[in-house]
Each structure stands twice: as C-alpha cells, then as structure tokens.
Write a protein that binds this ligand. Structure first.
Ligand code: HEC
Ligand code: HEC
Ligand code: HEC
Ligand code: HEC
Length: 191
C-alpha cells in the first residue's frame, strides 16, 4: 500500500512538473521584450541595426517630420501620428501583441522596427535554458519551436511593406535586405 501511494504521489508530482513546463512555453508566452534585451549579447548587431532607417522609423510619425512626403501622400504634416493605431502597426515593435508597444509613455523602448519584428518575439527563446551564455550551442530547431524565426522571408517584410502603407514602394526582397538590415557577423557555433 505504501509503495502504491508513493508511486501515485510520484506520478502526480511528475504530471504537475510536466504541465508547468508546457504552460511556461505556451504560445501566448512568446512575448516581445525589446532590443535592449538583445543588446546585452549582440552588441555589434545592435549598433549596426541602430543606424538603420527601420530602427528610427517611429520619428517619422512626429509632427513636422518628412512634411513634404506626408503632403504628397495626403497626410497632414501638422498632425502628431505617434498615437495613431493605423501607423503604429508598422512603425513600432509588437503593437497590439503580448509585451508589445502600447504607447510612447508606457513602452518607450519598443518604438521603431526592432530585432523581434524580423527574428520573432524573444520572451521565450531567450530564456536561460534556451538562447543564452550558458547554452551557446543550442539547437536552432528547438528555438524555432519557441518563437525564433528560422528563415527570414519576403512575406515577413511584406507585413509592413505592403499597399496599406501610405508610402508603399515596390519591394524587391534581396535588394532591400542588403540595403536595409544590419551588418551580418558570422556565428561562432553550429546550431
Ligand atoms: C502597412 C504598414 C504601414 C502603415 C500602416 C504605415 N506605414 Fe509608414 N511606412 C511603412 C513602410 C514600409 C515605409 C517605407 C516605404 C518604403 O521604403 O517602401 C513607410 C514610410 C513612411 C514615411 C517615410 C516616407 C518618405 O518617403 O520619407 C513616413 C513619413 C511614414 N511612413 C509615416 C506614416 C504615417 C503617418 C502613417 C499613418 C497614417 C503610416 N506611415 C502608416 C509602413 C507603414
Ligand atoms: C529588418 C529585419 C531585421 C532586424 C530588424 C534585425 N535583424 Fe538580425 N538578421 C536579419 C537578417 C535578414 C539576418 C541574416 C539571416 C537570415 O537571412 O535569416 C539576420 C541575422 C542576425 C544574426 C545572426 C548573425 C549575423 O549577424 O548574421 C543575429 C545574431 C541577429 N540578426 C541579431 C539581431 C539583433 C540583436 C537585432 C536587433 C538589435 C536584429 N538582429 C535586428 C534581419 C533583421
Ligand atoms: C514592422 C514593420 C516592418 C517590417 C516587418 C519590415 N519593415 Fe522595412 N521599413 C518599415 C518602415 C516603417 C520603414 C520606413 C523607414 C524610413 O523610411 O525611414 C522601413 C524601411 C525599410 C528600408 C529603408 C527604405 C529603403 O529602401 O532605403 C528598407 C531597405 C527595408 N525597410 C527593408 C526591410 C526588409 C528587408 C524587411 C524584412 C526582412 C523589412 N524591411 C521588414 C517597416 C517594416
Ligand atoms: C544572454 C545572451 C543572449 C541574449 C540576451 C540574446 N541572445 Fe541571441 N544569441 C546568443 C548566443 C550565445 C547565440 C549564438 C552565438 C554564436 O553561435 O556565435 C545567439 C544567436 C542568435 C541568433 C542566430 C540564430 C541562429 O542560430 O541562426 C539570432 C537571430 C539571435 N541570437 C537573435 C537574438 C534576439 C533577437 C535577441 C533579443 C530578443 C537575442 N538574440 C538575445 C545569446 C543571446
């Protein structure tokens, strides 16, 4: 009887443990964390990204910025668009998603098009047991299950580079990728 009880208690404990683990990795925990978190381990990519136009694209929503372009697109250059939900969807990080941009006052670190808009929301894949300094040789396939984008594709860019943008221009993927994203630095490990 004692053994049976012990077995029962053990399997109960295991059930609790396993379900706790799967809860921690539920898709809704793939939250946005912001580029500052990535900067700690990816300083070179961060610095290079900071100079790109996408990194600075929130400023375009401010009053008076790019006034001529706005006039041509029939927008009002005298208007402040930094709280306009239509514009925020493409000029911030994770707008409307868990952990993502809410407003300039409450989430100032999520302005502009940051790392996670191309690489996926980092809330889960950058946890210690995943992509980290104690697990530098993670298997990429494991992280892809946790929200890391395995292969950055044209359709991902087209979430923003599409005709809903008042400034839409034809989007040639390879050309724009070479021109617009950060400098690439070889990885040290095989993943
Ligand atoms: C569907 C996504 C999307 C929406 C919505 C959007 N933008 Fe943009 N915006 C872009 C993209 C992408 C570009 C870059 C265009 C390119 O190079 O193809 C851009 C460029 C711009 C520029 C630079 C234009 C220039 O030629 O200098 C301004 C200013 C701008 N957006 C303001 C706004 C404002 C204001 C709103 C809201 C009224 C808005 N955008 C809504 C995606 C969007
Ligand atoms: C506009 C999209 C975009 C943004 C924003 C972006 N990246 Fe990347 N990143 C790429 C592309 C494209 C590659 C090349 C790999 C590929 O094609 O899948 C890459 C590669 C990388 C790599 C692999 C090593 C290397 O340099 O090739 C790291 C690490 C990385 N990015 C980190 C970051 C970090 C950190 C940020 C934010 C500070 C960031 N990226 C922002 C598109 C982006
Ligand atoms: C979250 C929305 C979003 C995503 C995703 C996105 N972009 Fe952008 N992109 C923008 C906005 C907004 C601008 C406008 C910045 C400006 O005009 O100063 C822009 C500007 C650019 C520019 C500068 C304009 C030019 O042609 O010189 C390039 C290049 C570019 N994006 C390439 C890419 C590529 C490649 C991808 C996918 C790997 C991508 N973008 C994904 C929103 C996005
Ligand atoms: C605690 C450190 C740490 C943090 C924080 C971190 N990374 Fe990483 N990342 C690493 C390590 C280590 C590697 C593997 C480096 C290597 O092989 O040289 C890596 C690799 C990558 C790669 C290459 C993926 C592959 O295997 O092809 C990308 C993309 C990336 N990181 C993006 C990000 C983004 C985006 C963030 C923020 C949301 C982030 N990282 C935060 C440590 C970190």
């Amino acid at each position: 009887m004692k053994t049976l009880l012990r077995t029962l208690a053990w399997s109960l404990a295991m059930t609790v443990l396993t379900s706790a683990a799967s809860t921690a990795y539920a898709a809704d925990s793939f939250t946005y964390v912001g580029a500052k978190k990535c900067k700690a381990c990816h300083l070179k990519e961060f610095n290079s990204w900071s100079e790109t136009r996408m990194a600075k694209s929130f400023e375009l929503l401010q009053t008076g910025v790019s006034a001529d372009a706005k006039k041509k697109a029939k927008l009002n250059p005298g208007k402040d668009y930094t709280a306009d939900p239509v514009c925020l969807a493409c000029h911030t990080t994770g707008y409307g998603k868990p952990g993502g941009f809410v407003s300039l006052a409450s989430t100032p670190d999520l302005v502009g098009v940051q790392c996670e808009m191309c690489h996926g929301p980092g809330g889960t894949f950058i946890q210690k047991e995943n992509m980290s300094l104690t697990n530098k040789e993670y298997k990429k396939a494991d992280l892809v299950k946790l929200g890391l984008v395995g292969q950055i594709t044209k359709s991902q860019c087209e979430n923003c580079h599409n005709s809903k943008s008042p400034f839409f221009k034809e989007f040639k993927f390879e050309e724009r990728k070479a021109k617009g994203t950060h400098e690439k630095f070889p990885l040290k490990y095989k993943h």
